[in-house]
Design a protein around this ligand. Sequence first.
Ligand SMILES: O=C(CO)[C@H](O)[C@H](O)COP(=O)(O)O
Length: 226
Amino acid sequence: MNGKQAAGYLAAEWVKDGMTVGLGTGSTAYFTIEKLGERVAEGLKITAIATSEASEELALKYNIPLLKASEVDKLDIAIDGADELDSQLNLIKGGGAALLREKLVALHSDQFIVVADGSKVVDQLGAFKLPIEVVPFCYEWTLHTLRESYPVPFEVRMKGQDIVVTDNGNYIIDASFGRIESPQQLADELKMITGVVDHGLFIGIAAKAVVGYEDGRTEIIEGNLK
Ligand SMILES: O=C(CO)[C@H](O)[C@H](O)COP(=O)(O)O
């Protein structure tokens, strides 16, 4: 068992009968969805909302009943991966370009649980490029505003010759901050820029993280949410 699997599986055990569950995106959340699928096959009764088309497909494969947002106001729990997490459970997310749906689902869940392997735990956020979701219309202007605001490299995320398009029809600009001294301040500033839809800083949202290691051990980091 690798660290991602250990973390993803353990968090899936915290889901109880009757819960509505937010299904994350990525290779760690994959294991949570897989385990939930096994538990559903054994009789666990849950409903879910997926944070990406990829996770929706996976949920359908595992016969996990999916809901529309119009059918539910709030989720009991959401379980998702992260690209970086610090000891305060501040996160960088969006490596898989799903940050907007992931943040919406996390914010509408009673409990947001992060699943990650040990390589994701950092002293300070920022080594991982911060994904910023922008509207395609005049995105060059948004890129220009970002470059004028912060003296760090920004790049539009590409796949081969093509610009990556998110499930919401937007683009991603990745920012190489290196070290983010004040995540909350940066999060607030980025949200104020016209053209920016959202960004991958998740500040004060996670209740708990399950960190998994190569040898199958897991560690639980408790957040300090009130
Ligand atoms: O934010 C995400 C997708 O937008 C993922 O949760 C994040 O990239 C972690 O992925 P993985 O578990 O594959 O390392």
